[in-house]
Design a binder for this molecule. Structure first.
Ligand SMILES: [Zn+2]
Ligand SMILES: [Zn+2]
Length: 284
């Protein structure tokens, strides 16, 4: 069952400014009734007051946020290959298109019909096809292109600001200026987090307890950013875990999201919980 989602304008803009997250949150449990593979269509309001289509997230995972999370307990994640962010600049107002769907939206200003829990609605297959038709020729938003996370993390761990700036300038012409500044200027300076984590966990993988320090007298575990740097995450201890290279590759290659319900990574066939926890994690 596809869903329609009203994305508050300022939240939508922050998402793009900080690195497209490819996920959406809600306090209404209806969000989790969507099936994997179904589309979550999100519309938003531009600064000039037009309602426009923002994204089609083709859902690949559903997770919970920590208790008290400000955007609600439910989160869905879009498949990175199949989901799309549409360019909102130059897009016509879609209020009339929304009124043609089966959802109730009678307020004069359409967003008023989608406040609070009503921000997320069920769509019929016919609604879904109407939106697909509309979206067929919409240009995509270039700022939603993601930096290669593994390379970004690796270069940050080396503490090499030149390598990071090269990656950002060569890879991401679309990345927002604000995010570019954060990754380029702020992150390299705060790199010692990796060392802090290694001290805290004596070099062990927080997921499988592999202990390279005792086996090989070497620090081989790596820091991973739960909320990816390329998707708006902070380079801060509360967003990082220490894991072995195998787990790190597996998380990146499968784009495994973190579920706060049981503090686990969600892999395609299983969940793996954080087994050793000696520092507080925080959701974003
Ligand atoms: Zn491991
Ligand atoms: Zn990582």
């Amino acid at each position: 069952m596809p869903l329609l989602y009203h994305w508050v304008g300022k939240n939508y803009r922050r998402d793009l400014d900080w690195g497209a997250g490819y996920h959406l949150n809600q306090s209404n449990p209806l969000l989790h009734e969507i099936s994997l593979g179904d589309s979550l269509w999100a519309f938003t309001r531009t600064t000039t007051g037009r309602y426009v289509l923002a994204t089609e997230l083709v859902v690949r995972a559903k997770t919970r946020n920590p208790r008290g999370f400000r955007y609600g307990p439910y989160r869905v994640w879009g498949d990175l290959k199949r989901s799309r962010y549409f360019r909102t600049k130059g897009q016509p107002d879609i209020s009339e298109l929304i009124r043609r769907l089966s959802v109730k939206a009678s307020a004069a200003v359409i967003g008023r019909s989608f406040q609070g829990q009503a921000a997320v609605r069920r769509l019929t297959p016919a609604d879904h096809h109407l939106l697909l038709d509309y979206a067929r020729y919409l240009p995509l938003e270039s700022r939603a292109r993601l930096l290669p996370e593994e390379e970004l993390e690796a270069r940050i761990h080396l503490g090499d600001p030149d390598a990071i700036s090269r990656l950002i300038t060569t890879e991401a012409p679309g990345i927002a200026e604000e995010r570019r500044r954060y990754l380029f200027e702020q992150v390299p300076r705060r790199n010692p987090h990796v060392q802090e984590l290694r001290m805290l966990y004596e070099g062990m993988c927080q997921l499988c307890e592999w202990n390279p320090k005792s086996l090989y007298r070497r620090d081989l575990c790596e820091a991973h950013h739960i909320h990816w740097l390329s998707r708006g995450g902070d380079d801060a201890l509360h967003n990082m875990v220490l894991i072995c290279p195998n787990h790190h590759r597996a998380i990146h290659r499968t784009d495994a999201p973190f579920d706060w319900a049981d503090t686990s990574f969600v892999f395609p066939r299983n969940r793996e919980p954080v087994k050793i926890s000696r520092h507080a994690l925080q959701a974003k």
